[in-house]
Design a protein around this ligand. Sequence first.
Ligand code: SAM
Length: 293
Amino acid sequence: MEKLSNPQKTIEIIQKYGFDFQKKFGQNFLIDPRVLDKIIAAAQITKEDFVLEIGPGIGTMTQYLAEAAREVTAVEIDRNLIPILSETLAEYENVTVLNQDVLKTDIAAIAQERNAGRPIKVVANLPYYITTPIIMGLFESKVPIDSITVMVQKEVAQRMQAEPGTKDYGALSLAVQYYAEPYIAANVPPNCFIPRPNVGSAVIRLTRHQDPPVKVRDEKLLFGLIRASFNQRRKTLVNGLKNSASLPFTKEQILAAFEQTGLPENTRGEALTLEQFGALADALAAQRGQAEE
Ligand code: SAM
């Protein structure tokens, strides 16, 4: 069958099935073959790879993935797309479509069953309303991941890749960079989709670190500290942490941890590297340990 990655073929299939786009599912289908080639190249897929695709839509990118990979499993929430996918993917024997919500799918079990528990590649033109829960959910779960290559809102890609001291730097940058190395592979304008989204998009590859770049005593405390630091951007870090409902530290403990880490009292969260957040989390954990003795 002719590839779906052009406006005529996409419209033809949509009309044939009387398909109605569902805004609530973030449905914007790709119609540009150059963008699809860029995604496949960025994902560095080989014939050895098992790929999980999130939200195949009418199967546009799935066709490319099926040709590049050993095996593809595609998880699609919208049951109206399932008969369409049966037609558009009929000639690809290495594709399995699951009609499920990806947030409720046991991806670790899929990786175990279909890839013998080895690291998988995730590739998706993501529904933008759940970008962060999908990506963070994959990293925080026990799913063995090699890389995640996704189309996301451009601003979100910039925040994931941002460095300390820049305007885009924040909790998302640190959370993503704790788990992976980000690389923005392409910017994609709205006219590459049907219907056109209201925002610009970008393709970002997140290559999972073998080991986190910082080792901390208490990962939960590190993430709590990062969130609290960016919740109150206009305050100094000491005041932001002291006022945080989720962190149980007194001002004295916080100041002692700052001193131990060599950070000045007027430090702001947006200036701190992941390593500095790690050192501060360990110093706070030590304060907590002393208080409990
Ligand atoms: N991959 C197709 C493409 O590039 O043309 C479609 C991408 S579209 C931006 C997002 C897709 O994700 C839609 O097909 C939508 O129905 C699906 N989707 C939305 N929420 C989902 C969820 N929770 N679980 C699985 N699929 C979902």
